[in-house]
Design a protein around this ligand. Sequence first.
Ligand code: F6P
Length: 322
Amino acid sequence: MAIKRIAVLTSGGDAPGMNAAVRAVTRTALGRGVEVYGVRHGYNGLLTGDIEEMNLRSVSDIIHRGGTALYTARSMEFKTPEGVKKAADKCREMGIDGLVVIGGDGSFRGAQDLTRAGIPCIGLPGTIDNDINCCEQTIGYDTALNTCMEMVDKLRDTAQSHDRCSVIEVMGRHAGYLALNVGIAVGATSILVPEVPFDFERDVIARMKKTSATGKKHFIIIVAEGIGGVVELAKRIEEETGVESRATILGHVQRGGSPTVRDRVLASRMGNRAVELLLAGKSNRVVTIQSDRITDYDIEQALAMKKPFDLDLYRTAHEISI
Ligand code: F6P
């Protein structure tokens, strides 16, 4: 069946670069003679009919903006079989032959359900957590890394001025990629992530004492959200080392901001590929990047894949922060 009309939506937590992906999808499709509809507020928009036809100018002036111009949501209703049916019916009613979904694993599960309900879907990985296992780098991750690094650099200034320890939580409920890479970039004394078991005395206190002995006076400890408890950690550190400590949860500021070059280019390449896949009659695929090559996987296969945590990088981080 020839694809005449497609739709695009963003779903789950917003990520910088989503707009560049929407733009690439829209422009590629229109350029190839396919009509495009933008669905607002994720899958909810399919349920409520919050859908608008896009033209070439609908996506002007968004490539540099964080967030998502299409809005996003985590839709509970869509997770039910009735919700999926309603969304598929809406697509059929509007003559939508294919859908591009930009989001994380949860959004891909939805795309899979919708494909099974008869609407061909393609997923694009958009999340700052980088926790899409088939993909080396997700849309938004690079921007979040840089945002976190800049903020921790600022915290370092004040930690240094007061000879303090700054204990900082970065996002990543289930994944420590942000924490590990930010930790290296800011020269953290200790990095705690959900993927690697740690011992507080050995991995935090002993490391601080050892570096103190060689003259280090201020410290950065990076903690992934999945570990949490930074306020208590800072208290314990102060009690056990005598170093005045402060806790900071960076929070949602990490998700905002203008996307980096890397995220804009990645999102543009992925958006372009998503439309090519739909036009080639493919569905239930997730677009990914591996060794700088854009490729794609079956969603089911992608969801079952594992991405090993880079233990060597973790080891390196600690080896050089002495
Ligand atoms: O998945 C992206 C993410 O930012 C996680 O790192 C974080 O745990 C979660 O979203 C926060 O979600 P919400 O926006 O619902 O608070």
